[in-house]
Design a protein around this ligand. Structure first.
Ligand SMILES: [Zn+2]
Length: 419
């Protein structure tokens, strides 16, 4: 709230200058105007002012380039704003991170998580809807660059049960399971249903009602982070596979349309919660970072004809079995193989070697999902965006085995209610 006050002050000063048509305040002017006025660290105050000025710059440019958008300069009075610290204000000690709050006030002290960098860039404390996140700027390690060979292409079939299925033109294929994500989401749906049922019996606004709302918020945000983490790991595994196989260009089939088919209550829910747009986005930027070309386009009809004889047939179950020529193969890999003619105009052989992987599990170990989350994942595969959010809320609460355990996992006292 104190940071929001800084923002509002900057807003006010700027508005006055615009109204009076005098010179707009510079960085120095804002620094002078906000100095010593707020109960947060002086550099945190400055960071807010810098963020404000960056906002002004962007708005000014947008007003020039896109006048029809009618962009307004910051006007809304904020109640909250993230707390920011520049790199030099952050003290990283052996076991803790100290974030100063200014002279005469207690610092914010956070236990230092394993793997936290010695010299991070700026940090930011943000509210995520259910708790606080610590966002840390770190230098990204160099990505493994693909030793791309021209003409080696890969096509990606996105799915809900199998997050990605890739077939390369060199005759290799990878299938990454999406079961982990599916199960986290299913767990979340059940837990949400149960809490909502309990909440529907409370009078709105009562203490119990608020507690249950809080439990919902926490549960939703936790599963959100878990899914994001798994999604990053799955797509990263896919890109690592492409790098290994010297792929120069990948084509991602856009599954838009699959979702719209009505297919019953449960499947409709799964389909509507399937975030293939995220997969496409992650694959896109991860492949570009690894020095590959990436494009996406239709995948119409790719899963309904036989890769060896072209016979049309809609498969049931995971296996694609051709009634005409006797071909048998993994359904999603068939989809990916059939995408090659669409994307690159070349028909490829059905891969002889298919690798199966699960997201979030280090290669070679057969751990169930839950213990895999407790142990630290292989940094090579897991060190991507969500790693930081894992630091934020301390140790991740273990997923309770049964939905009945929701109340305990939330740290909430829920009496044993017959459901
Ligand atoms: Zn066939």
């Amino acid at each position: 709230m104190e940071a929001a006050r800084v923002w509002n002050t900057c807003c006010e000063i700027h508005r006055e200058a615009r109204k009076a048509e005098t010179k707009w305040p510079s960085r120095g002017d804002l620094q002078v105007a906000t100095k010593g006025e707020f109960r947060i660290h002086s550099q945190s105050v400055q960071m807010v002012a810098h963020a404000f000025l960056a906002n002004i710059d962007t708005t000014r440019q947008l007003r020039k380039t896109h006048p029809q958008m009618g962009m307004r300069y910051p006007w809304k009075e904020k109640r909250f704003y993230p707390l920011l610290w520049p790199a030099q204000a952050v003290h990283v000690e052996a076991t803790r991170i100290v974030l100063p709050m200014g002279r005469g006030r207690k610092s914010l002290v956070i236990p230092r998580p394993v793997g936290f960098p010695d010299a991070p860039g700026g940090v930011k404390v943000c509210w995520n809807g259910a708790g606080y996140d610590l966002h840390v700027a770190i230098e990204a390690p160099d990505e493994a660059q693909s030793q791309a060979v021209d003409g080696v292409h890969a096509t990606v079939d996105l799915g809900e049960i199998h997050q990605v299925a890739i077939a390369t033109s060199t005759g290799k294929a990878l299938v990454v399971s999406g079961r982990g994500i599916r199960s986290v989401k299913r767990y979340r749906n059940i837990a949400l249903g149960q809490i909502l049922r309990l909440r529907s019996r409370c009078s709105k606004g009562s203490r119990r009602y608020r507690r249950l709302s809080w439990a919902i918020s926490r549960s939703m945000h936790r599963t959100l982070r878990q899914v994001r983490d798994l999604r990053h790991k799955g797509t990263r595994r896919a890109i690592a596979f492409c790098v290994e196989n010297a792929v120069s260009s990948i084509y991602v089939g856009d599954p838009d349309g699959v979702r719209k088919r009505p297919s019953g209550r449960k499947h409709n829910q799964r389909m509507s919660q399937w975030e293939y747009g995220k997969d496409m986005q992650y694959l896109d930027y991860k492949s570009r970072k690894a020095g590959m070309e990436c494009c996406s386009g239709t995948e119409r009809g790719t899963s309904s004809h036989c890769p060896s004889c072209g016979h049309r047939h809609r498969p049931k179950g995971w296996e694609w079995a051709c009634k005409k020529c006797g071909f048998r193969g993994h359904r999603d890999v068939v989809g990916a193989v059939n995408m090659h003619p669409l994307a690159y105009g070349e028909q490829i052989e059905f891969p002889s070697q298919i690798t199966y992987r699960r997201a979030g599990i280090t290669q070679g170990t057969k751990q169930p999902l839950r213990s895999a989350r407790r142990s630290r994942p292989d940094p090579g595969l897991g060190a991507c965006g969500p790693v930081l959010s894992r630091y934020a809320n301390g140790p991740t609460t273990q997923i309770a085995g049964t939905p009945q355990g929701v109340g305990q996992a939330e740290g909430l006292r829920m009496e044993a209610h017959p459901l």
